[in-house]
Design a binder for this molecule. Structure first.
Ligand code: EPU
Length: 442
């Protein structure tokens, strides 16, 4: 008997003076696989660019309009975090929102929200810089790894903030942050974003070395400059920021989601279909597309689309994940599912997160032949996949099970669909539009 968590988690929000739903109901995805996908699919805005862009609204009292926002759960969670801090928001349409932080009335990102989404920690930098104080629940470990935030805290300390850990919360205080030079001891995406948002309002010049150069970091920097920040070196791993007294509002459109695009490309290939993935930026997917071509995928690219041609004979190809511009860890699980259908052996090495093979036992239940040991997984293909009940454990693991289910015979049921909803918008509508037979069940 399956136990469903179908109660919404409700909490009182002081800033709004009312109860708000913090966690939504859980559903499952039922996929009848084996149908080649055909047609066009349109990619939404990048979740991982939208989250820091939303947090950046805290940096100004003026209005910020964000366009091309993806309709995903993580964006809704970030909006709840911002509401908690007193930021007002108004929907203009499905993908456009107007935000106004005014003078933040709160300084706390509570445990109940941060535990749902670690990226809530992105409010730490802007709140400290603008409000002079922030309390953000320390994100614990998550399904894919320990994921500490020590580098965020080291950087904020270097910028002059007093940082304390108190009752499970990070508590930062600073009258005004002071420009400094800081070198990240490891490459961190949200760490770079947090420090960038802190440094733009600091007094004087900040040099950040060994920054992440993911397109989402660049997108945030471009948006901050549109708000009046002075950031140089965008797209490189050294960012020079000249602090300003205040930032103004902006009207900004988020870049397309490269991971959503990559996931649909895999869906097209694994079902031996023919699809065009539109509204994407192929240049943000370079390592991924090159690897697929090496594996025998027939792809045609334009400035903002990738056309997946029928590619009946895929062969195994090895990958090793690494920070951008390397092979994205967020596409590793989907690529692994694809390699179960390729001829020969593929060796997959995950170097970013220590526990990002949670999809392996579930893919085995569908009939895959994969041996995972530590950071390495060896996939032998092709194997026939046959539908089964599988359990999603995190966002990208769920995407891997979804694409495997599209290729599998019979019915696959992906449980804990809320993981997928965190980062993929309108899954049934988009995949259904390509001819897939799938539905949400409650
Ligand atoms: N790390 C530290 N200390 C820190 C920060 C990071 O040791 O202070 C380590 C992490 O434990 C990890 C590595 O550095 O081993 C890289 O982590 P990073 O900080 O870059 O990850 P993140 O910023 O928490 C973002 C994305 C992830 C994506 C990673 C890597 C957002 C909101 N999240 O996470 O996206 O996997 O970068 O590219 O941007 C997803 O969308 O499914 C997702 C997990």
């Amino acid at each position: 008997m399956d136990i469903m968590v179908n109660a919404n988690y409700v909490m009182y929000n002081q800033a709004q003076g009312k109860e708000v739903v913090l966690a939504e109901m859980v559903e499952k995805l039922e996929i009848k696989g084996g149908i080649p996908l055909i047609g066009d699919v349109f990619i939404g805005g990048a979740k991982n660019a939208a989250l820091p862009a939303l947090a950046a609204a805290l940096l100004t009292e003026e209005e910020v309009v964000l366009r091309n926002l993806p309709a995903v759960r993580d964006v809704r969670t970030m909006l709840k975090v911002l509401e908690y801090l007193g930021v007002k928001n108004e929907r203009i349409n499905e993908s456009t929102i107007r935000l106004k932080a005014g003078t933040p009335t709160g300084d706390t990102a509570p445990y109940e929200l941060v535990k749902q989404m670690r990226a809530s920690v992105l409010v730490l930098g802007p709140l400290t810089a603008r409000h002079g104080e922030a309390r953000v629940s320390l994100p614990g470990g998550c399904a894919i790894g320990v994921r500490p935030i020590n580098l965020h805290l080291d950087g904020l300390t270097k910028l002059g903030a007093q940082v304390d850990i108190d009752h499970g919360y990070v508590h930062t205080r600073a009258k005004r942050l002071k420009g400094t030079e800081f070198t990240f001891a490891g490459v961190t995406v949200t760490g770079t974003e947090n420090l960038l948002m802190a440094a733009v309002l600091a007094d004087g010049e900040t040099i950040l070395n060994n920054c992440a150069i993911e397109p989402e970091v660049g997108d945030l920097a471009v948006m901050l400059n549109a708000m009046g920040a002075k950031i140089e070196g965008i797209g490189t791993n050294t960012l020079k920021i000249t602090g300003v007294e205040r930032l103004k509002g902006a009207d900004y459109s988020i870049i397309p989601d490269r991971i959503e695009a990559g996931t649909y490309i895999v869906a097209g290939l694994i079902t031996k279909g023919e699809i065009t993935v539109r509204n994407c930026r192929p240049e943000h997917l370079r390592s991924f597309l090159d690897k697929l071509t090496e594996a025998g995928a027939e792809l045609e690219e334009g400035k903002d689309y990738v056309h997946v041609k029928p590619s009946p004979k895929l062969r195994g190809a090895d990958i090793k994940t690494s920070p951008y511009p390397g092979f994205a860890t967020d596409l590793q699980a989907q690529y692994m599912a694809l390699m179960t259908q390729a001829e020969g052996v593929s060796v997959i090495t995950e170097t970013i997160f220590e526990n990002r093979y949670m999809h392996v036992p579930e893919l085995l239940r569908l009939g895959a032949n994969i041996a995972a040991d530590g950071h390495t997984a060896v996939v032998k293909g092709p194997t026939r996949l046959v539908g089964a009940n599988v359990m999603a454990t995190d966002l990208r693991a769920s995407a891997s099970l979804m694409v495997a289910g599209l290729a599998a015979d019979n019915t696959t049921v992906v449980r804990r669909l809320y993981h997928l909803d965190r980062g993929y918008e309108k899954i049934c509508r988009k995949l259904g539009g390509l001819g897939a037979n799938l539905k949400r069940i409650n």
